[in-house]
Design a protein around this ligand. Structure first.
Ligand code: KG4
Ligand code: ZN
Length: 359
């Protein structure tokens, strides 16, 4: 343990990343010289499908079952084994606290046993930095649109840890709206990807659903009214296969048009010419097409991670942890897990042990 928190620490090259904040168990190894060395993921979707949503206690238990074999596989695929690991990063929040604790306890214990530093990573920082895993990563500063199951926000990202919140959802997150609307259409959990697939067969102009908050200034979002508009529409129609696809297409178009318009506003307001899209809804093809079109129109750079790194994964946690550990930050011996933790409370990396206290 002698070097655990001393200011003289060997250079960080390889970091093991662990993600257990919700319903995916994942482990990855990021190498500062050669890039992503391995990433493994086990999705709990089939476990929770019968309940129509994530059951927190079942999620925690399933993480306990799957995490260590996944870590072993990631280390094996990366080559070099545990001896090659210079630090361990884990998602410390926000998320389901029982699920987070599984990853946090395992990660901190491994770091202790291996005599390397550990760091608790903010899950949304992981999402924001996921495009850095791609061959042509964006330069700072950029505008980030983060659209996941639990969060919808626009942020100005000036540097690692320098995140200014420009707008956020006042009610449902974009992914949550997709999931709830999918449920209304009788689609199985998780509804977002299923609704998106159905939308591809539908007519986008049959249902003119409202584009929430576009009539008001500002960069906040609201999606609950749109969901209500779908409920009202469904009451007056017979839901045959074609109509279901048309409702899905109308809903997806309304969400995407709103997200694109808010991105445009954020770019206008800041004068920044790079846009990054991250989070599960960032895997949505219609959103990616519309943002690519916006990029061409305005001559701006638009970057997104590959779809598997839009949804939850450990590669983004390994990368974010690497970036902070390599800058000299670490967490000491604390095991950290916080259900709530504001993204804009993060700061750029600090040298030495830093006891950031998420709330
Ligand atoms: O980032 P993520 O994997 O988990 C959270 O941190 O929340 O995001 C999951 C969300 C779910 O709501 C899911 O339905 C949505 O992302 N999602 C999609 C698509 N793929 C995942 N929504 C729309 N279209 C998709 N292709
Ligand atoms: Zn996520």
């Amino acid at each position: 343990m002698e070097n655990q928190n001393s200011s003289v620490r060997p250079a960080i090259r390889r970091v093991l990343g662990i993600e257990t904040s919700c319903d995916e168990t994942a482990a990855a190894v990021y190498d500062g010289r050669t890039g992503l060395a391995a990433h493994e993921l086990y999705s709990q979707v089939s476990l929770h499908a019968a309940f129509g949503g994530v059951v927190p206690e079942l999620a925690s238990r399933d993480h306990v079952t799957h995490l260590t074999p996944l870590i072993a596989r990631a280390l094996e695929r990366a080559g070099g084994g545990a001896e090659a690991i210079d630090g361990v990063a884990y998602t410390a929040g926000p998320g389901l606290v029982g699920a987070l604790l599984v990853g946090a306890a395992v990660a901190r214990s491994l770091a202790f046993a291996w005599k390397v530093p550990a760091i608790g990573v903010h899950h949304l920082e992981g999402h924001l930095l996921a495009p850095m895993l791609e061959p042509d990563p964006p330069d700072f500063p950029f505008i980030a649109l983060l659209v996941s199951g639990g969060h919808t926000l626009l942020a100005r990202v000036t540097a690692l840890g320098d995140y200014e919140l420009l707008g956020t959802s006042l009610d449902d997150a974009a992914g949550e709206a997709f999931d709830k609307t999918a449920k209304l259409l009788g689609l199985p959990y998780p509804g977002g990807p299923a609704l998106a697939r159905l939308a591809q067969q539908g007519r986008r102009d049959r249902f003119a659903f409202p584009r929430p908050m576009l009539d008001r200034p500002g960069l906040d979002f609201s999606f609950s009214g749109l969901k209500t508009a779908v409920v009202v529409a469904l009451k007056s129609i017979t839901l045959d296969a074609a109509t279901r696809a048309d409702v899905a297409a109308g809903f997806e178009s309304a969400v995407v048009a709103t997200l694109v318009a808010k991105c445009e506003r954020a770019l206008d307001a800041t004068g920044i010419a790079t846009l990054v899209v991250a989070g599960g809804v960032g895997a949505n093809l219609h959103l990616r097409e519309q943002l690519a079109a916006l990029g061409r129109e305005r001559g701006i750079v638009v970057r997104y991670p590959r779809p598997e790194f839009c949804t939850d994964n450990a590669a983004m946690i390994a990368y974010a942890g690497y970036a902070r550990l390599a800058a000299g930050e670490s967490d000491g011996l604390a095991i950290r897990a916080s259900a709530r933790w504001a993204l804009d409370s993060l700061t750029p990396p600090h040298r030495g042990a830093l006891h950031r206290a998420p709330r």
